[in-house]
Design a protein around this ligand. Structure first.
Ligand code: PLP
Length: 405
């Protein structure tokens, strides 16, 4: 009998955030256990509501959103995105340089599919948001990971990047602010990256989906505003800053030395047309979101809900013997180092599975973020303090008794 296997293209593709540990959690829920899920950066289920104006705008436009839009997206949304980046001082950007997608996720896959041929190398951060690595592999490229240094606030290690550039390296990816580490990159570091890109003829992708979620006075710098002679792709969206991940609204912006990428842009245009267009009702949210009151600022200010949760999570995790966490300057995650020797840990995945089984708390293990060394986990600090505190107490309780066999 003929069987149907997944394609060979998927052999090297790994996306563990929604992998086997999540399946186990779902099984336990089916058996009646209540699991505290601190694994996915999805604000709405934790009571972070979208600004009302956005919802009203989408509802208002719903009856008129029944047809396909232009494949790059509706005009007002693209103008709003263009202006957003013009305000950040990207000079060479027009409405034609904006592509609206069903979330940044769709655009990441599209951006890699348009670029890569067999064996082309892309430099990616380790740890990374794993969709980037998965998309490079899916597009028959070769992901090459550069180290981010925990001892300098998880900033990319420039020497490591330099040492990994080969004749096959086409592009470098930045995630700033970073998922999973919460690092926010300094202008000085971004200028060094630009220098490398210039020297080696690299294209730069910058995923800036968390650019408004900043703590302790951290400032976000859009790298594409820092040079005109590099070919840049900047990505952003509404899922995090505006708490509407379910709407699936994101954008991709082409800027800088576009002449270098004119053929690549033809490829992007083709892929964009092939998927017809992004979800039209959600595109109507973009102009209102970017132009309206930025309620995210209330959440991240001193005394704001997200800031309080970030402070509490960082403090409580650092109080646990054997755990250490660099305070995140952005985004919504704590990335925590576990003393593997102390707990005799050989597999961080097994550690997270053991935690789930014994304490009913769901986290994501460090290796899921393409980290090869050390033992880490990522915790999402989106739950209210009255849920977050007991969840971290359960984690503390787990490590009090834990020793891996
Ligand atoms: N990029 C990063 C760094 C993310 O953390 C996420 C989601 O967690 C995405 C992209 C995908 O976002 P979207 O909901 O726009 O597809």
């Amino acid at each position: 009998m003929r069987t149907f296997n997944k394609s060979k293209k998927l052999d090297n593709v790994c996306y563990d955030i929604r992998g086997p540990i999540l399946e186990q959690a779902q099984k336990m829920e089916d058996e009646g256990h209540r699991i505290l899920k601190l694994n996915i950066g999805n604000p709405a289920p934790f009571g972070f509501e979208a600004p009302d104006d956005i919802l009203k705008d989408v509802i208002h436009h719903l009856p008129k959103s029944q047809g396909y839009s232009e494949s790059k997206g509706i005009y007002p949304a693209r103008v709003a995105v263009m202006q957003y980046y013009q305000q950040q001082q990207i000079k060479n950007v027009s409405v034609n340089d904006i592509y609206i997608g069903n979330g940044v996720s769709e655009l990441i896959v599209m951006a890699m599919q348009a670029l890569l041929d067999d064996g082309d190398e892309v430099l990616l951060p380790s740890p990374d948001y794993p969709l980037w690595t998965a998309s490079v592999s899916l597009s028959s490229g070769h992901p090459v990971h550069y180290q981010c240094d925990e001892n300098s606030g998880w900033e990319p290690d420039i020497d490591d990047i330099r040492s990994k550039i080969t004749v096959n390296t086409k592009a470098l990816v930045l995630i700033n602010p970073n998922n999973p580490t919460g690092a926010v990159y300094s202008k000085a570091l971004l200028l060094q990256i630009i220098e490398l890109a210039r020297e080696h003829g690299l294209m730069v992708f910058s995923d800036e989906i968390y650019d408004k979620i900043l703590y302790d006075g951290a400032q976000h710098q859009c790298i594409a505003a820092l040079a005109d002679d590099i070919f840049f792709i900047t990505l952003g969206g509404l899922s995090k800053n505006y708490r509407i991940a379910g709407f699936r609204a994101g954008w991709l912006v082409v800027s800088g030395q576009k002449a270098l990428g004119s053929n690549y842009i033809d490829g992007l245009n083709m892929l964009s047309s092939m998927r017809m267009c992004a979800n039209v009702p959600s595109q109507h949210a973009i102009q209102t979101a970017l132009g309206g009151y930025q309620s995210i600022n209330d959440l991240i200010a001193d005394g704001g809900r997200l800031k309080q949760q970030r402070d509490l999570a960082t403090t409580l995790l650092n109080e646990i013997d054997g755990l250490e966490c660099v305070a995140p300057k952005g985004a919504m995650y704590c990335f925590v180092k576990v003393d593997a020797q102390k707990f005799n840990i050989t597999s961080d995945e097994q550690m997270i599975m053991d935690l789930l089984r014994s304490e009913k708390v769901l986290l994501v293990h460090g290796k899921a973020f393409n980290l090869t060394d050390g033992c880490y986990f990522r915790l999402v600090f989106l739950p209210h303090i009255d849920v977050l505190r007991p969840a971290i107490e359960r984690i503390a309780n787990f490590f009090k008794h834990y020793r891996q066999a």
